[in-house]
Design a protein around this ligand. Structure first.
Ligand code: NAD
Length: 469
């Protein structure tokens, strides 16, 4: 069993045969019982474990992702998604009985979660394995056929994705198509039933427009600027340690990484030094020598982030820690920067790199007001020991998800829906929510006895009108 291997050239841009093959096969796949789907997922689990060493090598080759981070954020994340799905699949697939209201007595109703059909997954490069295979787990659990297009920027990992998928699924069930924008565009011209896209908000709009042509449903897992609010009551040492890890993991190339920090002015100096200390603890005095720090994925992203930093510096920002860039190594030091002009690119664009601006506020409402003015972020984090402040921040802001006294980790919780809101995304993923994203909730109403409603059919005599009133 092999999945499709396609070079991204213009003469191979027709994916219609593959699409039609999956379309023809979709009802057979959909008929699979919970036990059969679970068996498929078990095979996928085994394949992930078998290819784990190859995946570690691939991610090192693609952007020097440390082995431990591959295990934690790519392998473990996928395995836990598979195990959670296998554990719950039978329950998820069960028809859901709903109560019958009085006017509809004589009937019974239930909801079936039927597969959407033929699905397309387009994934990014920053967690290239997890963000391709994670949605695949949900799609398979829900009984769909799937085409995956991984990112062109992590080719070694894409090759492993192809092997893993090819080891488990015939291509009429799940196939991997490699290529860049042209390939994605060609795929998007096909009438997929559901498109699950993970990437930038800009490309999310392209995907949604393409989906509109066929009225395909979409799940858009996008990005944005995720703030961290650190109030005057926060445990600063703890906050610094958690923010530093959550920010500099994957060299800051994480959709839910803290993008910037809003810290109460009375604690700003303390946080500056605690973060500097935390960076040294994580990566040593010279982070470029650490084997535990990844690299920027390519020169263009390095130059983009270095450009933001330089622009901020020229507008008067002060670099508190880091700032070093090594073009050849695609290295950028974990960097803390203060006094950033709010109009600068660093505060206007998603940073998606190892630069963390610290801004101060005097009153919590100021921090809340700043968040309210921007696009809804994918995540919002709060460090506080004050219950009232916690309540207020959650109530007065909007975000895809939130952690209190931590960051990033809500992603790992299988019972929590993961996703954004508007500019940071549409729809949710993970666990039940991923299963739901790839399913249509189909109501079935069955009439058993003559219903009370029938008494109200025309002619609408005066007594019927009175009853309706
Ligand atoms: P991207 O949007 O550039 O690319 C994502 C995918 O879309 C790739 O497979 C790419 O080939 C394809 N693509 C690019 N341009 C396209 C076009 N014009 N038409 C059709 N397809 C196109 O994103 P990226 O640089 O790979 O990833 C970074 C972005 O993804 C960040 O904004 C980040 O926040 C976001 N992200 C979000 C999540 C999440 O779960 N919400 C996770 C990871 C990354």
């Amino acid at each position: 069993m092999t999945s499709i291997m396609t070079a991204p050239t213009s003469d191979t841009l027709s994916f219609s045969p593959l699409f039609q093959q999956q379309q023809a096969h979709q009802y057979k796949v959909a008929r699979a019982t919970a036990k059969e789907r679970s068996r498929k997922l078990r095979l996928l689990e085994k394949a992930v474990l078998r290819y784990r060493p190859e995946l570690q090598e691939a991610l090192w080759a693609d952007f020097r992702k440390p082995k431990a981070e591959v295990d934690l954020t790519e392998v473990y994340a996928v395995l836990s998604e598979i195990r959670h799905a296998r554990k719950n699949l039978k329950r998820w697939m069960k028809a859901e009985r709903v109560p019958t209201p009085l006017p509809l007595l004589g009937s019974r109703s239930w909801i079936v979660r039927e597969p959407k059909g033929v699905c397309l997954i387009i994934s990014p490069w920053n967690f290239p394995f997890q963000l391709a295979i994670g949605p695949l787990v949900s799609a398979i659990a829900a009984g769909n056929t799937v085409v995956i297009k991984p990112s062109e920027h992590t080719p070694a990992t894409s090759a492993v994705i192809r092997k893993v998928v090819g080891a488990v699924f015939p291509e009429e069930e799940a196939a991997v198509v490699e290529g860049g924008v042209e390939t994605a565009t060609a795929l998007l011209s096909l009438p997929f039933n559901h498109i699950f896209f993970t990437g930038s908000p800009g490309v999310g709009k392209v995907v949604m427009k393409a989906a509109a042509r066929h009225l395909a449903s979409v799940t858009l897992e996008l990005g944005g600027k995720s703030p961290v609010i650190v109030d005057e009551t926060a445990d600063i040492q703890l906050a610094a340690k958690r923010i530093a890890w959550g920010k500099f993991l994957n060299s800051g190339q994480i959709c839910i990484a803290p993008d910037y920090v809003l810290v109460h002015e009375s604690r700003a100096a303390e946080l500056e030094s605690a973060l500097t200390e935390a960076i040294a603890q994580l990566y040593g005095a010279e982070p470029s020598a650490s084997a535990d720090l990844g690299r920027m994925v390519n020169h263009s992203h390095l130059q983009r982030v270095a450009g933001y930093l330089e622009d901020a510096r020229q507008r008067g920002a002060r670099i508190v820690a880091g700032g070093k860039v090594d073009e050849e190594q695609k290295y950028m030091a974990p960097t803390i920067v203060c006094g950033v002009d709010r109009a600068s690119a660093l505060m206007q664009e998603e940073i998606f790199g190892p630069v963390l601006p610290l801004l101060t506020f005097a009153r919590l409402e100021e921090a809340i007001g700043w968040v309210q003015q921007g696009e809804k972020p994918l995540a919002l984090y709060l460090y506080s020991r004050d219950k009232k402040n916690i309540r207020e921040v959650v109530r007065e802001t909007r975000a895809g998800g939130t952690c209190v006294n931590n960051n990033d980790v809500h992603f790992m919780h299988p019972e929590l829906p993961f996703g954004g809101s508007n500019n940071s995304g549409i729809g949710k993923s993970h666990g039940w929510y991923g299963f739901e994203a790839f399913s249509n909730a189909r109501p079935v109403y069955q009439q058993l006895l003559p219903g009370a409603l029938e008494l109200l059919s025309p002619p609408y005599t005066s007594w019927k009108q009175r009853l309706i009133d």
